[in-house]
Write a protein that binds this ligand. Structure first.
Ligand code: IPE
Ligand code: IPE
Ligand code: MG
Length: 246
């Protein structure tokens, strides 16, 4: 199925300064549902449309990588019913959407821990989506699932020790090489929805110099226009990376 809602790129966006990698904290599903008098889980379900429209928006701009925070290592603290719902929902989303994303040239990858808490059927579906789309090059959709920024660094250090790297051999480069997706450039822009102004253990290493954009829009209401607005804000920023402005 082609983009169901193709939109022209707004003229106020500079097509030559589109961020290469955008990361999104998809937050506010529970509050969205509560406002409509619905159970929290209906908010997660409504997030699917937001994810797909945002993905089409990113594709239309030529964004190379989109990382989305779907389930954190801390989200296991939620009631068992909600955790179970989120596991099934994410498995179902991959079942419903992998072929469509494949048709669009999207490579699906995952960041996070494959631990015993993630149901086997979910892991199997993740592997199938990854394998199905592995050769696509138009854009990478990196789904952060059972993801924690500290866990990612711990896992990298653990591999580094297992690889026998000596104390004097430790460098940013050898750590970075052991992150979940060293082939992806660091995000240029991170967007968090729902008015919360925090990182919540997302991409702690990779966000070192990312521009942060916060919006009050709740994730189920987020659409590509909101992504375009966030990128517009990004284009107003001056990135210095510790140096002086040009
Ligand atoms: C984000 O929405 C989705 C996940 C964290 C899985 P929330 O479920 O956190 O929604 P709020 O923040 O409670 O509104
Ligand atoms: C961050 O949202 C995690 C995801 C969006 C998956 P949370 O809702 O879990 O974060 P906190 O608890 O408000 O920091
Ligand atoms: Mg939340």
């Amino acid at each position: 199925m082609p983009d169901p809602r193709p939109l022209p790129i707004p003229e106020w966006l500079d097509p030559s300064r589109v961020p290469v990698h955008v990361a999104v904290v998809m937050d506010g599903n529970g509050r969205w549902a509560k406002r409509q008098g619905l159970p929290r889980t209906d908010g997660h379900a409504a997030g699917e449309a937001a994810l797909m429209d945002t993905t089409y928006g990113a594709l239309s701009l030529g964004v190379q990588a989109l990382t989305v925070y779907a389930f954190s290592t801390e989200n296991w603290r939620r009631p068992a019913d909600e955790v179970r719902y989120l596991m099934n929902f994410n498995r179902g989303l991959l079942e419903r959407r992998s072929h469509e994303l494949d048709d669009e040239g999207v490579r699906i990858v995952f960041s996070g821990r494959r631990d015993w808490r993630v149901p086997r059927q979910v892991l199997r579906r993740m592997d199938e989506s990854r394998d199905l789309t592995a050769r696509n090059r138009r854009m990478t959709l990196n789904i952060a699932f059972n993801y924690g920024g500290r866990a990612e660094i711990v896992d990298a250090v653990s591999r580094l020790v297992a690889d026998g790297v000596s104390a004097s051999g430790v460098s940013e480069k050898v750590i970075r090489q052991r992150l979940y997706h060293p082939e992806l450039p660091d995000p240029d822009l991170v967007v968090r929805t729902s008015g919360e102004h925090r990182i919540s253990n997302f991409l702690l290493w990779e966000l070192a110099y990312a521009e942060l954009v916060f919006t009050d829009v709740l994730w189920p209401d987020f659409r590509r226009e909101d992504l375009f607005a966030a990128i517009g804000e990004f284009q107003q920023r001056e990135r210095r990376f510790g140096g002086l402005d040009r």
